[in-house]
Design a protein around this ligand. Sequence first.
Ligand code: DP6
Length: 396
Amino acid sequence: AMAAERGLAMATCTAPVNIAVIKYWGKRDTDLILPINSSLSVTLHQDQLKTTTTAAASRDFTEDRLWLNGKEADVGHPRVQACLREVRRLARKRRGGGEDTAALSLSYKIHIASENNFPTAAGLASSAAGYACLVSALARLYGLEEELSEVARRGSGSACRSMFGGFVEWQRGERPDGTDSLALQVAPETHWPELRVLILVVSGEKKPVGSTAGMQTSVETSPLLKHRAEVVVPERLAQMMQHIRDRDFEGFGQLAMRDSNQFHATCLDTFPPIFYLTDVSRHIIALAHRYNAHHGHTKVAYTFDAGPNAVIFALADTVAEFVEVVRRSFPPATNGDGFIRGLPVGSAALSQELVAAVVSMGLPRVPDLCPAPQPGPGPQLVDDPSQHLLGADGLP
Ligand code: DP6
């Protein structure tokens, strides 16, 4: 299928975004990307958010090349190179050293094209889906069938969790060489079909401090982060797994919010401090707490990564009402364009009581709402050759 015999081989995969509910923040080895604590995430459905990557190899290519969202990018990036090197090493090992003539030559140069179906400017973490997709496409190209979260981890720590669908744990591992620092599926996406995820895009701007640099400063300066990794996370991880197993939204939501808050507390405890949350983020936090207080239990839970955008977890029966609360709390954007993209949210009438208790008018800015309705599966092979991002000439 891959036409290796004609000297051009091509494979296309898609991969999902994941959102951590027990956060990864801090490395014990920056080169191998080994974390100081285990983490746990939900893989989002690719109908809403996904990366697509085509990898091609040909004897006619004269150099490795990379295109991101249609623009040529630096293929020499150390993390891209680490993934390429690891995949090629595994392919060589599999062939037992000798060149199998039927297999794709490992000496061929490679072309890679990658695209997101969501605007990169939306400020959503795209590196996890990006590296998971790169590794999946390369693995297909070279015919590798083993579990490759260890390789995706070399691209971006959180990328190893995007190698699986559903609910995924990244085990920190103990070994210095990182061979036990892997992702494992805790439960498949079908385990909790009522769970929904909403992304409130507060800002599409590039973050002032990237995660890689930020977490390193935290490791070097924050005593709270050390305590978190050694004491808090091990306990929380076990609790979170149980909440997921029980489909206990109250427990899941409470712990997700607390863990997000503690991650941002370690950012404030970093010296100099790092601020990812903005006033709008804090308004969303307060809104979620007012909403839950009004209902007397946890109906929505927020989590924030290294940026101001909110990810909201809720059960399906809560989405329409909470979306209406958000809509009513933030004034319409002056340009009035699409607040809600793609999500078939039913309309909800709010009671006077709820409006008075929860809705707060005149908040600074309308967040865009990017819905990713459900947990979803891991990387997928794209069979249809018309979906390749590279043409028969190996160019986008
Ligand atoms: C806050 O995986 O982007 O989103 O390993 O340096 O590439 P690197 O960092 P990255 O960090 C993600 C941090 C986080 C929490 C999480 O996803 O667990």
